[in-house]
Every structure is written in structure tokens, then in C-alpha cells.
Design a protein around this ligand. Sequence first.
Ligand SMILES: [Zn+2]
Ligand SMILES: [Zn+2]
Length: 144
Amino acid sequence: MVKFAMNLVLEKYKDSGFKMTPQRLAILEYLEGNTEHPSAEEIYRSVIRKFPTMSFATVYNTLEMLVSRGRVMELSIDAGKKRFDPDMVPHHHLICRRCRCIEDVFEDFSIDVSSGTKRNFEVTGHHIAFYGFCPSCQDKNDKG
Ligand SMILES: [Zn+2]
Ligand SMILES: [Zn+2]
């Protein structure tokens, strides 16, 4: 399974001019197919198990580079911290206000934006954040 993810990652970045180091590969492997929308801290905590000497700055800089190359999406929907999403297919999110879990929504909500609203913006996409409580947090609410 891990080997499969690694081959997939290597294939994806083969011709991108992206210098692949074992550290970067570990970050990419962690992100590949990851739907948890991890924060930089969470990614760091996972990769240092394999690379104990890796610094948080390395993780952070790698993420910034991936975002600027359009390989990873940076989500600013959690006020506390940036979250990262490797799924570049346009999609929306369900966000739990209590445990901060983020779930993907792959439904196409067509939104007609009038030219007045757009104010000469060239709109290239949109993102909807649905806030509320996930099933397990609803249970906690019931218990008080
Ligand atoms: Zn929750
Ligand atoms: Zn997502």
C-alpha cells in the first residue's frame, strides 16, 4: 500500500522540475489520497516519525511550494490554522464547529453570479463552506 502511494507520487512529479528529496517524498506520500485536510502541524508530526531530524520549517516550506505550484490546496476555512487539501478537483466542504473535522462535498452547486456582483472580477471558481456539527459531535451535544 505504501509502496503503491510512493510510485504514484513519483510518477506524478516526474516531469514537474520538482526536486524530489526523501523528506519531500514523505510529505507527498502522507498527503496522497489523504482526505483529513491536515494542518502543517499534523503533517509534521506524522513525517518526523520517519525523519526525526526534519524541521517544521522544511515541512512548511514544502507545503508553500506545493501550494504555489498548484499541487495542493490551502484552506483558510479553519480560523485556528491553515489546512491542506491534496485533492485539486474543485469541491466544497462540511466543517464541524466543535472538533474542526472537514469533509469533502463533491456536488456541483451551480451559482449564478450577476455581473453587478462580480464587479469586473473574472470568476474562475467558488467554494462553499458548510458549518455545523459532525455526527459524533451531535451525540456529544445531546449528552450536554
Ligand atoms: Zn465534530
Ligand atoms: Zn477537501
